[in-house]
Write a protein that binds this ligand. Sequence first.
Ligand SMILES: Nc1ncnc2c1ncn2[C@@H]1O[C@H](COP(=O)(O)OP(=O)(O)OP(=O)(O)O)[C@@H](O)[C@H]1O
Ligand SMILES: Cc1ncc(CO)c(N)n1
Length: 519
Amino acid sequence: MTVPRVLAVAGTDPTGGAGLQADLKAIAAHDGYGMGVVTALVAQNTHGVRSVHVPDVAFLREQLDAVSDDVVIDAVKIGMLGTADVVRTVTDWLREHRPPVVVVDPVMVATSGDRLLDEDAAAAMGTLFALADLVTPNRAELAVLAELAGAPSRAPLSSLDAARLVASTWDVLVLAKGGHDEGPTADDVLVSPSGSVRRFTAPRVTTTNTHGTGCSLSSAIATLAARHGDWELAVGVAKPWLTAALQGADGLQVGSGNGPIDHGAVIRAALPVVPTTDVWWDDVGSLLRSTIECGFLVGLRDGTLDADVFAGYLAQDVHYLRAYERHLAGLAASAAGGRGPAAAGTAGAAAAGAGRGPAAAAFWAAASEGCAAEARDLHHRRLAGTHADDPVHPTCAEYLAHLQRAADSGSAAVLAAAVLPCFRVYARVGAQIGTAPDGHPFADWIAAYGDAGFAASSAEATRLVEEMAAAATPAERGRMARAFRRSTEWELAFFEMPLAVPGAGAGAGVIAAEASLLR
Ligand SMILES: Nc1ncnc2c1ncn2[C@@H]1O[C@H](COP(=O)(O)OP(=O)(O)OP(=O)(O)O)[C@@H](O)[C@H]1O
Ligand SMILES: Cc1ncc(CO)c(N)n1
């Protein structure tokens, strides 16, 4: 089944709730390929229409031809037409290029009450209806169309009779919409030219945010009719989708008048929630591969690494862990509500209390103590004096300077994101190396990082950072993302450092990128 190619011929709404913009969203929401030809440029928002500019109809025809000369159109939805000239231009084009599905939403008045169709244009609509499969008037539009079809204006017909008259006059299906009726349900009635009726009912949603319901419904129906080849199915599927979009409308914060419906409500509910920290982790995928494949870790895993090179690495790691331990203690203090990086500012993640509290504080404190123990036990035992007095290598110094900048940023969330790669990269490397066989020269180091407890710590640190990211402002979340990425780059540079040719400048790329970190 191919994706239906659906053309909307409509006016615009720069606030995206109605008109062509809504049409394209409704088409996309039903897995159609949306196209758009503009009949009128409308300066409008959720409060109403300010002005309408109708471009020359010759240009409208050029737009229509540009599409039909090139693209097979499976369905067309026609919305706001504005003037009689526009109605005639679209009708002429449609006569030559009629796609299998034609839906006309006879837009006459906006939700706000503003007129969107000239009086004489309404009179020209009949010829267009004769080329349509389905017309979707609301109550007021139905009354105008019934009059156009010859109904006496003195004694108005019932909606059903009006719909029957319109349907038989132009040999077209009529969906008489009941959005403006009252009562607990919002019912739309599908009437055929022969007078048969099917009612589509939905609970009435209590909301003033109904901008664009008509446009969206007709575009959804056009797309679904192109896919399923059946009008009852198309309306039957579109109607609950529209109800869900209305139910989501109050959750959108677009404008202060009659706001738009939420075209994405149904799709969003079906989308998996991707944790922010997973997005960051995927982003550093190639860095992780380079890390796992770097000569130092390959030698460590297969046991061929020079023991002195390893001792040199551990000497740097002791320098690193001493500072890292302090930063973890800082996070513990800030999570407990004391003086820490977050105490400096009250905005974003810190203010929301995410990633804080006694449990978070206890976690960071335990991690800090674990670091101190690590530095003492494993490293001191291994160093055995040979590299005990090694000065801090520039790569180590730069990584630590990066962590210090994160600590000085005033945001505990940024610092937490900056320390996270040390957990995650090591846990990943530990899992990748697996268990060392008996007698492996680096078995103790491998056991420490492959340990299930360390993996659990990494998961808990990730969970806390995720909480902080969720509560952060977008700007702060961006600083967290950059802090995380830079630290992951420094992790790679740190593993490359022991085998790097002196002066080759391991981590130079990271240093260059560093400048953008806390912007
Ligand atoms: N409050 C509501 N709750 C549920 N459904 C509604 C509500 N308001 C409108 N609808 C539905 O929305 C669709 C559009 O109907 P409506 O009669 O409002 O058309 P319209 O006036 O052309 O729309 P627009 O406001 O975009 O001009 C119909 O399916 C209608 O039943
Ligand atoms: C362009 C356009 N079409 C239709 C409507 C009806 O809501 C609107 N407000 N604007």
